[in-house]
Each structure stands twice: as structure tokens, then as C-alpha cells.
Design a protein around this ligand. Structure first.
Ligand code: NAP
Length: 545
């Protein structure tokens, strides 16, 4: 069973004792003491090892391998030697492959301490031979693995290298799977998180975490709290299905918290990760293709956000998958679903979530939207999906936008009998019959003359940190402003925007963007798991985040 280790990188044994106690409380299985940062004499080391609350790894990383120790190999071994006088030795010692290789004296001394076939005296510690590259994948990665595998004293192979792309994790998964010997394979950097969290899926010896982000020993290392609570470490097994949010950037996405909380609540065997993919179709195709082409990964779906919503349609079309007809007309999809036999389906849960948020507030079904007049403010990606949904439901939609030409283009694409082609990728795709509602475009300045039932803000005006802004000034409000009117802000940070606050004061019925966000996530959840989404859990996870 893959262990969760906490790397402790502090200056003194007193700090290390305190950190080790916290790691044990936090549910770690192992502790790595990074003694290269210690500023006190090594006479304290035996005590640290003996009283460690968990089995430990002792590491004294030299500067030339990314650590802080300035001593040469011989002096470094003397530090280890002191620690090895502990009555209870460390479970492992970590020695860099390069030190081990270049000096027979290092090999001979280390052989006295570690458990291996040719040992002469009693020795319990296991030898981790390690290799780190903080810049790139080493060109001789596989030669390194072979050298470690061939060393009789080596019990564990450890490789860590900096990655630029999510695709690079696949190589780490393969190395873990090959299992020449117990293995640790770490992709460093933001894109390397899957190698750390899915180490358990691929039966690696362990994965490293930190107690506190500020004390991490390598780029991209999660905290133990994140690994266990956010990314479901304890629930991960070889058959766990993998999902993620594809976008750029995605580091602050709420989706991992939401979906993993939902998986937890329903007992679904899945894990959901951030999947940063740089803009442009080439990256998208290569990365998503590589993840799909590794069957043992069980990659079963993704939420897809800016800038890849159009790329998803193109990719699924090229791979011969299915596309939801309205998503094809919108020209953007936000959900990838992968069936057990590898079939792909691209759909858009944004427009349905917006429709359902409005219908739920009004206590009506979607058929009740026919004939309603909807003002959509903005003409970007969110507006396009929302206009398509309301028009398909038979509503009359007026798009108010700063740039009239953009509103015009959407109006022509989605009005009944409209002549404009939808977005370029969608034009190549087969869509359903033209929608029934009428869609017209208007300049933003005309909003004050509007007389609609429902107003939907699809601009970022009022979003954090510009929370004092609003797309509608109360002194210049639309004619239908007040009781009986619905105001829906797609922004979800803050939950109550200035627009919603002022609309509520004026007696309007208000809907926050969180309603849309949770519903689009819930629809994805249901598509992937076949289970009813726990809306209360999803909402709570989102509010906490
Ligand atoms: P987008 O493609 O960049 O479009 C933004 C639109 O807002 C454009 O039409 C732009 O007008 C207009 N706009 C921007 N700044 C403006 C300003 N200062 N004054 C007047 N108009 C302005 O963005 P998007 O992807 O559609 O997202 C828009 C909003 O929807 C965001 O706030 C996002 O948070 C929200 N959203 C929410 C959810 C949810 O689940 N709740 C989902 C998706 C999006 P021009 O055409 O003139 O440039």
C-alpha cells in the first residue's frame, strides 16, 4: 500500500519533533527528515530518529542535488553515521545516485547500514537511491533507473524531475507500474500534481507531502491536508476513475473541491484533479489524447473551461465521438465524458444550468420560459451559451453589449431563421433545427429602455476585486426594474454582487451565479457517476472554497 510521507524541512530537532507530531496527527504514514537544513550539531540526530512518532527517512541533500548541505560526500556520511547510532534506526536513508556511483567508499560505508543481500552485520534501514532534476527530464532517465535497479543494496528507486506538461505524468505512471523495485516517481511543478496524488493508484512506494505550503521541499508538493481532504488520498485505489478541470490557469478553480466532496458523499470511486493545459489546440490534443490512451489511468471525464471550450468540440469530433447538438450550435462545450469502452461525448452544462437556475427561482418548468423576454448583458462565451438555451426554450432574448457587432453575431446565429453561421468549429458540426425564440441585439446604452422579465449579467462587471461596479445603475435602471422582475448575475465571486444587492433592494427576485455554477457541476457529476448529485454538499464545498 502506497504510503503518504510528510517531508520536514526545518532548522532544528526541536522544530522537527513538533512538526513530526503534527504529521502523525495529520495521518501521515512516514516522515522524511531533511537534515540538510539543520543548523545545530548532529549529536541530536540519534534522539530525533529514536523518538520519531512514525518510521522515518533520513535525507541530507547536497547543494548540487537541490538541497542545502555544503559538505562533501565523506563528511555527509559522517552525519548519517551519527544518526545510525540510534537504538532504532531510520526506516530508510536517501543517498543520491551520483554520490553512490562515483565513490566505492560511499558504497562500502552505506552497505554497512542498510539491509541488503550481501550485508555482513545487522542492518535494518532500506536504501533509497535518488535522482533529482529541478530543470527538466534527465535525458538518461532510464539509464538511471537501470543503475538503481542493478545496485544490490538499493531497496527503493526514487526519481524526481521538473515537468512542463501534464502529459509528462504518463511517464511517471509507467515507471511506477513497471515496479523494478519499490519506486517513487515524482513530477515536480504545478503540472506534476497527478504523479503525486495518483502514486497510490499506480502502487508507488510513497508520495511526499508537506505540512505547510511555505515549507515544501519541491515545487508542486501538496500539503498532507490537501492530499487527504481535497484529493481523497485514502479512497484512491488501482481502479479509481480520474476526472479533472482542464483550463489555463486552473490553480484557483473551485471544481476539485466540489467534485471530490461529491465523490466522497456518494462513495463514488473517483478523484478529480486540476489539469492545466496551455492555450492552443496542439497542447490540448496531445495531452488529452495521451491521458485517454493510457487505459490503466481510467481517465473518465473533465470539466473544460477557458481557453479550451472550443478545442473540446474539435477534439471529440476528430476522435469520432458524439457532440450534444446544442453544444455544437453554441460552438463550445464544457464537459467531456468518457465511457467505459473509450467513447467520447462533449456537452455543455452551462446553458442548462442557467435555465434551471431561473426556472427553479420562478417555480416553473422550461416550457414556462416560452414567450418570456430575457435581457442578456454581454456577448462573450457565457452569453452565447445562455442565449442559445433561452432561445431554444422559446424565449425572446435581447443581447445588450458594449460591442454591438458581437451581440449581432450571436443574434443571427440563434434567432429563428437566423442566417449567421455559429462559431467556426460548430459550423462544421451537425446541429439541430434552428431554435424557436427570437434573438435581437442592442447597444448597451439602450438597456435603460428595456422592458424585460429577466435580466442576466454575462459580463465580469462587479466581479472580485471590482465589487463596487455594476452593469446597471439604479438611477438609470431598465423600465421593468422592480417587483416581478428577475435579476440573475452569472458572477459567483462575490456571491452577492452590487447588481444583486441593488436589485433586491428594488424588489426584484435575485439569483446568484453560484446557482448556475453548482448546477452545471451537478449536471457533470450526474453524467459521470450516474448518481444524483448531492447539491447541499456541492454548495457547501463551494462556499468554503
Ligand atoms: P467573455 O467571453 O470575456 O465576455 C465578456 C463580455 O463582457 C463581453 O461581451 C464584453 O464586452 C463584456 N464586458 C467586459 N467588460 C466590460 C465592461 N467593462 N463594460 C461593458 N461590457 C464589458 O467572458 P465570459 O466567459 O462570457 O464570462 C462572462 C461572465 O460570466 C464572467 O463574469 C464569468 O464569471 C461568468 N460565468 C459564470 C459561470 C457560472 O457558472 N456562474 C459560468 C461561465 C461564466 P465586449 O464584447 O464589448 O468586449
Amino acid at each position: 500500500m502506497t504510503k503518504l510521507a510528510v517531508s520536514i524541512f526545518v532548522e532544528s530537532t526541536a522544530q522537527a519533533h513538533a512538526a513530526a507530531a503534527r504529521a502523525a496527527e495529520g495521518g501521515a504514514d512516514l516522515i522524511e527528515y531533511r537534515i540538510d537544513r539543520f543548523t545545530e550539531p548532529d549529536c541530536h540526530l540519534p534522539g530525533l530518529v529514536e523518538t520519531s512518532p512514525l518510521p522515518c527517512i533520513l535525507t541530507c541533500r547536497p547543494i548540487w542535488e537541490g538541497g542545502l548541505c555544503e559538505l562533501d560526500d565523506e563528511q555527509r556520511l559522517k552525519v548519517f553515521e551519527r544518526a545510525m547510532t540510534a537504538s532504532r534506526p531510520p526506516a530508510y536513508i536517501d543517498i543520491e545516485l551520483d554520490s553512490y556511483h562515483r565513490s566505492s567508499s560511499v558504497r562500502n560505508i552505506v552497505a554497512r547500514w542498510v539491509d541488503h543481500p550481501g550485508q555482513v552485520g545487522p542492518a535494518d534501514a532500506g536504501l533509497i537511491l535518488s535522482s533529482h532534476d529541478f530543470e527538466r527530464r534527465p535525458v538518461d532517465l532510464y539509464q538511471r533507473i537501470e543503475a538503481m535497479a542493478a545496485a544490490p543494496a538499493c531497496r527503493v528507486i526514487k526519481l524526481a524531475w521538473q515537468v512542463r506538461s501534464l502529459r509528462d505524468n504518463i511517464e511517471a505512471f509507467e515507471i511506477m507500474r513497471q515496479g523494478y523495485k519499490p519506486t517513487i516517481a515524482v513530477c515536480m511543478g504545478e503540472a506534476g500534481l497527478p504523479s503525486r496524488i495518483l502514486a497510490k493508484k499506480f502502487n508507488a512506494l510513497l508520495s511526499f507531502t508537506t505540512l505547510d505550503e511555505r515549507e515544501s521541499t519541491a515545487p508542486g508538493q501538496p500539503t498532507i491536508e490537501q492530499a487527504k481532504s481535497l484529493y481523497r488520498w485514502d479512497a484512491i485505489g488501482p481502479l479509481t476513475k480520474v476526472y479533472g478541470v482542464i483550463g489555463y490557469p486552473v490553480a484557483h478553480s473551485m471544481s476539485p473541491a466540489i467534485h471530490n466532496a461529491g465523490f466522497d458523499e456518494t462513495g463514488f470511486d473517483g478523484v478529480y484533479l486540476p489539469m492545466p493545459i496551455p492555450p492552443d489546440y496542439t497542447h490540448f490534443k496531445a495531452t488529452v489524447g495521451a491521458w485517454l490512451d493510457m487505459p490503466e489511468l481510467h481517465f473518465r471525464g473533465a470539466s473544460v473551461t477557458i481557453p479550451h471550450k472550443e478545442n473540446l468540440l474539435r477534439f471529440v469530433q476528430e476522435r469520432g465521438g458524439q457532440i450534444e447538438p446544442l453544444a455544437a450550435r453554441i460552438g463550445a462545450a464544457n464537459t467531456l465524458t468518457v465511457t467505459e469502452d473509450g467513447g467520447l461525448f462533449a456537452s455543455n452544462t452551462d446553458y442548462a444550468a442557467a435555465l434551471d437556475a431561473v426556472c427553479n427561482s420562478l417555480g416553473i418548468g422550461r416550457d414556462g420560459l416560452a414567450g418570456k423576454r430575457i435581457a442578456v448583458i454581454g456577448a462573450g462565451g457565457a452569453a452565447r451559451a445562455i442565449v442559445a438555451g433561452f432561445a431554444a426554450a422559446g424565449a425572446t432574448v435581447v443581447i445588450y453589449n458594449r460591442t454591438l457587432a458581437r451581440a449581432d453575431e450571436i443574434a443571427r446565429a440563434f434567432t429563428a431563421g437566423g442566417t449567421a453561421e455559429p462559431a467556426a468549429t460548430a459550423a462544421e458540426l451537425s446541429g439541430p433545427a434552428p431554435p424557436q425564440g427570437k434573438v435581437v441585439a442592442a447597444p448597451l446604452e439602450k438597456l435603460c429602455d428595456s422592458c424585460c422579465h429577466i435580466y442576466i449579467n454575462c459580463t465580469p462587471i462587479g466581479m472580485h476585486p471590482h465589487t463596487d461596479d455594476s452593469p446597471i445603475n439604479p438611477s438609470d435602471a431598465p423600465r421593468s426594474w422592480g417587483e416581478g422582475t428577475v435579476v440573475f448575475d452569472t458572477i459567483y465571486n462575490p456571491i452577492e454582487t452590487r447588481l444583486l444587492r441593488e436589485a433586491r433592494t428594488a424588489g426584484c427576485l435575485t439569483i446568484p451565479g453560484t446557482e448556475m455554477f453548482t448546477r452545471q457541476a451537478a449536471a457533470q457529476f450526474e453524467m459521470w457517476t450516474g448518481k444524483q448529485a448531492p447539491l447541499d454538499v456541492i454548495e457547501r464545498a463551494m462556499r468554503q472554497k
